[in-house]
Design a protein around this ligand. Sequence first.
Ligand code: SF4
Length: 877
Amino acid sequence: MAEETIKTTCPYCGVGCGLILSRGRTGWEVGGDPDHPANKGRLCSKGAALMDTVRAEDAGAVRLLHPEVDGRRATWDEAVAATADRLRKTVEAHGPDAVAFYVSGQLLTEDYYVANKLLKGFIGSPHIDTNSRLCMASTVAGHKRAFGADAVPGNYEDLELADLVVLTGSNLAWCHPVLAQRLRAARRDRGTKVVVIDPRETATCDFADLHLKIRPGTDVALFNGLLAHLARTGALDAVYVARHVSGLEAALEAAEADAPDVAETCGLRRADLTLFYHWAATTPRTVTVFSQGVNQSSRGTDKVNAILNVHLATGRIGKPGASPFSVTGQPNAMGGREVGGLANQLAAHMNPDDPHDVDRLRRFWKAPALRGGQGLKAVDLFRAVRDGRIKALWIMATNPAVSLPESDLVREALALCPTVIVSDVVADTDTMRHAHIRLPAAAWGEKDGTVTNSERRISRQRAFRPLPGEARPDWRIMTDVARALGHGAAFPYKRPADIFREHAAVSAFENDGARAFDIGALAAIRPKAFETLAPVQWPAPKEAPAGTARMYGDGRFTHANGRGRMIAVRQTAPAERASLRYPLILNTGRYRDQWHTMTRTGLSARLSAHRPEPLVEVHPDDAGALTEGGLARVTSGLGSLLARVTMTEAQRPGEVFLPMHWSDTTAAAGAVGRLVAGHVDALSGQPESKHVPVRVEPWTPAWEGLLLCRAAPDLSALPYWVRRAAGPCLAYELAGDAAPDLDLAGLSPMEFTDPRHGVVRRAWMDGDRLEAVLFSGADRPVVARSWLVELFAAGALSAADRAVLLAGRAPEGSGVEDGGMVCSCHAVSREAITAAVAGGAVTTEDIGRRTRAGTGCGSCLPEIKDILRRAKPAVAA
Ligand code: SF4
């Protein structure tokens, strides 16, 4: 029986699922909250494994537990004084513009609010930007152009009420899995048609009625073509447009100019395009879901407006089952947008370029230092650090040395910057390695406040664990620094509820409806009511305290004249094209079971088993000398990295894919940001992370190996290594040119060598306990990895295990499985599923009944179907 339960929210994607933490005899366990409107009890593999990551944090030396100044442990008083002192001296010597903050969609709204107020209002610099710049800045810009406010009109229920759901630039099955579950169920129950527009055949295509494998960067042509088709076929809502929308004529003229040969421009079959356009024209209840595939582009804002144009012209906005819908990547990207965390925003949807808004906020905050004008956006901000214009940089809850484009330039900038302050949960990240002041921050489970999900729903995140070591919440760290800078009167906060009240009050301050974000109904919330605050969708002004399910359904938009605006946009090419030197186009994105730079999900053995190494996915037509499972060097105009090759017809010929998750702490040189140039959208500043010209060449090392060990060794001499958590040990895939020369644990190894075949096998024992084991050879060693991991879990090796250890083979009949994890929710391996197929399972339901695989979040269903297809080609999955 659970003794205690606490409701909170998931810290990963923008779905913002509600969780229930229950404390039983064995500690805290996580489950989906059936009462939370975002997920109604569902979870995905990442959410379900949250306690794995918390326990792994506790077990390993992962957390930053104490403040440090210039490499020495410091007290909080010393660290706060040093931070304040360096910020003050920077301002005195170089002016406020020499100070910048780079923050994160991982912060809670209260943290974000204080960061924004401190920098813009009291230090007087406009240069605060957030990693949400990499995620949805183009949507923010597109929303503002079309609606007059950064507001998502619809909600999740619309995906269930729609008759047609168009997913464009969104691998919903992997990136927003619970929304994918809801859509999959709606399709099953009421026959919703699903169209996927994506250059790759992703897991989302598994439940698509039509997949448009579009040429990357041609989305504007596709949606302009649709607008022109709607006009030609009389499918526009002329009455709605006349009453509520401006700009139809110019937008249509631009669309028609792009329309002559959309199929050719987009690389699509004419029949597929015609079918899509026909469905879109004849289905009033249409929802268009869009995400990073649209946003991460040098033309991202135009792509967003091409989509919004179609919805404005048909009146399909803010109505049940009919709306455009942006899904955000991060848990609190939306909260950051509300407090003005982007360099081109002020708090509560105020505009830094509007002198009235600047004056309004200055009066509300009593902040004479607040200036108008926009700050530097992420890419430009780090260039300014590198150029010496910014001399003090405070980074919170993010890892820009990995996640930003031009990541070598970012690392150089951090190395050159006179003052780098990093607040984070994790002791070792690529970014933290450059910090002069290291501040231990509270993690999920320890912090308290609010987040806003993709459907504008504000939910509580609640602490259920004590703070470890000397970690503190971000809002408190910044409040203390603000006080040390002499601004105590403006930062009187004792608890998150104090900050939330002020945030709510500023949203309603002199707001006669001109600003969409208004949560004035919560401006007087008492701490007790804040504790029990139920999820609520903004706007929630005083007159509508229950919140607002949908916006703009009445056709009244936030622009001063109340009308929505169609924007004339034209198809233009991405910033760079393929060339003889770089003939392939690289797309980047997420894996199902990993999150961002893996500082949290990378700690879970279960999550790490799904894709243990970064794979460069290549179409067979582009194979050349590449081999399946071999290693390859991927090179762009900026840099290169090594990755393992997998051939797949899911890619279009001429295009390759790499994941975004690996860093220099989890791989030899894993950051894909090294390859990505800093081309940005002119309006939104969002980088083009999905269209990078590269070449991919085979890389043949002298040897490849597998190393399992209890503690991380120094592998800096190796050109290729990738680490993953494997429960009782760490697992490394290795490759090199010089012979492997690893000195581990100061112990003498048992050794088997076969010089003729270049085989080296070593095991390091401490008494009967296995400390490390290495298998290497000219080819990638074929060994029973799962069995070896089990040996680390055992306290002492048996004589039988010891006898066969260096053979790398599990003893006969041990029943170990080794083909990787397919279903992370129920820890079901490839072998178990293959065995079920061999035992007579012919459908995914059969597999689910026999193994439970695919009965959790459902994200693994495409892989299960693939196993079924390969095993029994004649059987329909
Ligand atoms: S879909 Fe998964 S990762 Fe996203 S919020 Fe829900 S449980 Fe977390």
